[in-house]
Design a protein. Sequence first.
Lengths: 161, 126
Amino acid sequence: MVRSWTVCTLSAVIGIGSGWILHGSNSPETNDSGALETAQVAPPMLPQPQTAAQSGLDLAQLHAAIREELAAAKSQPSTERQPTAAARPNAPASPELIAQRREAVQDIQAMITAGEWGSTERAQFQQKFSLLDPDQARQVLQQITMGLNNGTIHSQIDLPL
Amino acid sequence: MNRFTVGVFLAALLAAQAANAGLHYTSPITVSGTVAYGQVRAARFSSDSKQFIGCAAYGAVNTYSTYVSCSASDAAGHTLYCSTYNPNYYVWQAAMSVNEGSSIIINADSHGNCIYVYVSNSSTNF
């Protein structure tokens, strides 16, 4: 029984010793796998990553800063976000956007009826085109192209669209 | 001195000829029904003021709607216009690869949709 304990103790000592030696050879200078692995295998005596408290940062302050960033992102004007939620095909359109779209379609129809298409009309069309929902956009695009091909719209430029 | 001048002139002439060597052909713009084809360069340097061929692409940050459009006109003034709403990647890439050395084939359906855009960029087009 005593002999078994001796063998076990000796094995444990050899194992721990070997581990310590191998561990010691895995210094930051010889380790190619980066700082993260070094930090994970570092013995207690080596510098550890600082916690928020140790580095002087208050966790509550950190949370507050994150909350502020999120709030600022949410309050950002929709025109600065890309693309806008209103412009997404499946997003419900606001009454204001619906009115803008209706007006845009009317303006494009007026340009089609006028029948002359130059760089000014192209620029105006493209500006209004971005407001339209997919069905409206597809429809007016086809209408203008067919008008150009059947001659009801006369293009003054090589690429009217 | 005169011989020297003539020599320089001949050398310049030969250099100019060498610069234009290589396989080359000219394909003016043809518009036939819903198909149009020809070279950008041939259209640009044609003697008439009618020919053109090219493509454009539209995209904006505040919309998901995009389109590609192509146009062509032959020497007689026959034109073809086509557009594709929210084209697939390949049509978009083809339209955007057009440059001064392009030869283009455009095919439209009866509604004016571009159903086929072929672009080749080759030294033979210059």
